[in-house]
Design a protein around this ligand. Structure first.
Ligand SMILES: C[S@@+](CC[C@H](N)C(=O)[O-])C[C@H]1O[C@@H](n2cnc3c(N)ncnc32)[C@H](O)[C@@H]1O
Length: 505
């Protein structure tokens, strides 16, 4: 990225924190919580690059992690209109503008549902003149949207708005390789000695005398030339100028291997969406491709710069930052998202979640995950289910509706399923988990879980709730006596106090 000037308006660093990469702000941290609250805790002018991909005001996106039903409804309720969506985003974008360094860049990823309103809002916050580009990312192919009978064209792209905080923002031009057709039709010649491909380029000075081009005779041709007479001679002696016939205008030999490629424009159709069967796919419906984020980071950040994603989902921007040697900060309101991205950081980037390592500038930490019964009671039901299932070491059920009474499955270590062709190859050894975000699960709750255990013919199952009525506990005992199948009742307190290992023994 082009060298940035350091603005005098940037916050002065506090006393450097030992071992931490930035004295202004902690990096390599995932914060769990509403970004409005989390951002307010950050100092101003402290991050170099912000990318956000908030849940849109659309039916296609939802605040879901593993499914698209319950959460989709919750999204629709909250952002019933574009106005409500913009009202939700505005204070967050104002905070993001505040924490962005004077030299920093800001990317807002959205789609047609709200993009025009988002642009107006961002113009108001950053200033119209700070708008740099609208990037069109072709995220899918036409047939997925324009179905037979529909009366619109296929909506196949997302918009990514790029803003700079001031004129001093950093920027690196990227280039794409020339396509084969272009190479064939343009670089038509080959050096017989070296085999290098080249094309013949104009040496005449554009604009003639009006642009101050020198006028002289060269190889018998008098023109306004692009270069001085000395430079022309030098190039000629280097074999870079040829005259195909005496009297013809000499031309410059431009080699293919010296070209940078085609400068990247605003239409990006060469980065494909995540396929559910790909190695990269985590089963998260709004996960963005790593390549997309790496490209953004390459354009607008330098090694060791601080990248912030305040709606970071499963952490694609953080992984891109880690891969490219940038510092990073992630925020997400979903504890499930935070856990998934922490796992991804460990598995994909090989970085350890470890407070001690973090203190010496390695490793990372997750902050503010819900840890109290009170906080867990306040979680949306699907988040609570995911929290409980993950805490038990299980896999949450992707289908949130039509889950047939199973919120998750535990696979004993010996029977961990393998991923084949994007599907889990289910082994028969698994135990169902049922989660109820209730003060007290009662006998009817246990009755219906018993039906699940019978239907699925499971020997063991887990039931999580805040507490269980005495009726529920007697029913569990009676069920065991009658069928030999055991239901393990776990309270949230048991999980928080890590009593699970004892109960499972
Ligand atoms: C579209 S996803 C981001 C996907 C991400 N770009 C990726 O590639 O994984 C949006 C995320 O924003 C999070 N989110 C929604 N409202 C939020 C808020 N107020 N504060 C923090 N995160 C929020 C959701 O939990 C969700 O994970």
């Amino acid at each position: 990225m082009a060298k940035k000037k350091t603005s005098s308006k940037e916050a002065k660093p506090a006393a450097p924190a030992t071992g931490r990469p930035s004295a202004l702000v902690d990096t390599r941290v995932i914060y769990c919580g509403d970004n409005l609250e989390q951002l307010r805790k950050l100092p101003e002018n402290c991050v170099d690059l912000i990318y956000i991909d908030p849940p849109f005001n659309s039916n296609r996106n939802y605040e879901v992690f593993w499914g698209e039903t319950k959460e989709k409804r919750s999204f629709d309720d909250r952002h019933a209109s574009t106005k409500a969506y913009i009202e939700f985003m505005r204070p967050r974008c104002e905070e993001l503008h505040r924490v962005l360094k004077q030299t920093g860049s800001f990317y807002f990823h959205c789609d047609w549902h709200a993009s025009h309103y988002v642009k107006v809002m961002l113009d108001q916050i950053f200033g119209e003149n700070q708008f740099i580009n609208e990037i069109i990312w072709k995220r899918t192919s036409a047939h997925s949207d324009a179905k037979q009978g529909s009366k619109h064209l296929g909506r196949v792209h997302d918009s990514i708005f790029l803003y700079a905080k001031t004129e001093e923002y950093g920027f690196t031009h990227l280039y794409k390789p020339y396509n084969e057709e272009y190479v064939k039709s343009t670089y038509k010649h080959t050096d017989p000695e070296t085999g290098r491909r080249y094309r013949l380029d104009n040496l005449i000075g554009p604009g003639g005398a009006s642009k101050g081009n020198p006028h002289y005779e060269f190889l018998g041709v008098t023109k306004y030339w692009r270069y001085s007479q000395e430079r022309m001679l030098e190039l000629y002696n280097q074999g870079r100028i040829i005259q195909t016939n005496p009297g013809r205008v000499p031309q410059y030999k431009r080699y293919l291997d010296e070209g940078k490629g085609v400068p990247l424009g605003t239409v990006w159709d060469d980065i494909f969406p995540i396929q559910s069967v790909s190695d990269e796919g985590l089963g998260y419906p709004t996960q963005k491709p790593l390549k997309l984020l790496e490209r953004i980071l390459e354009i607008s950040s330098n090694p060791n710069d601080i990248v912030l994603d305040a709606f970071c989902g499963c952490g694609t921007a953080l992984v891109a930052a880690e891969n490219l040697g940038r510092q990073w900060i992630g925020i997400d309101v979903s504890p499930t998202a935070c856990r998934v991205m922490a796992k991804r950081m460990r598995d994909v980037c090989g970085v350890k979640e470890d407070e001690k390592l973090w203190r010496i500038g390695r490793g990372f930490v997750v902050r503010d995950l819900p840890w109290s019964e009170k906080k867990l009671r306040e979680l949306p039901p699907f988040e609570f289910e995911n929290w409980a299932v993950i805490a038990l070491g299980g896999r949450p059920n992707k289908a949130q509706v039509g889950d047939m009474g199973i919120d998750g499955r535990i696979y004993p270590v010996s029977a961990t399923p393998k991923k084949t062709e994007g599907e889990l190859q289910f082994m028969d050894v698994w135990y169902p988990i049922q989660v109820k975000q209730k003060d007290k699960a009662g006998r009817p709750d246990i009755d219906s879980f018993e039906a699940v255990m019978m239907r699925e013919d499971r020997q063991k199952g887990f039931f999580v709730s805040f507490d269980f009525s005495s009726d529920a506990m007697s029913e569990i005992q009676a069920f065991f006596k009658k069928t030999g199948k055991s239901i393990i009742a776990l309270t949230v307190k048991d999980i928080l106090e890590e009593q699970i290992a004892y109960k499972l023994a």
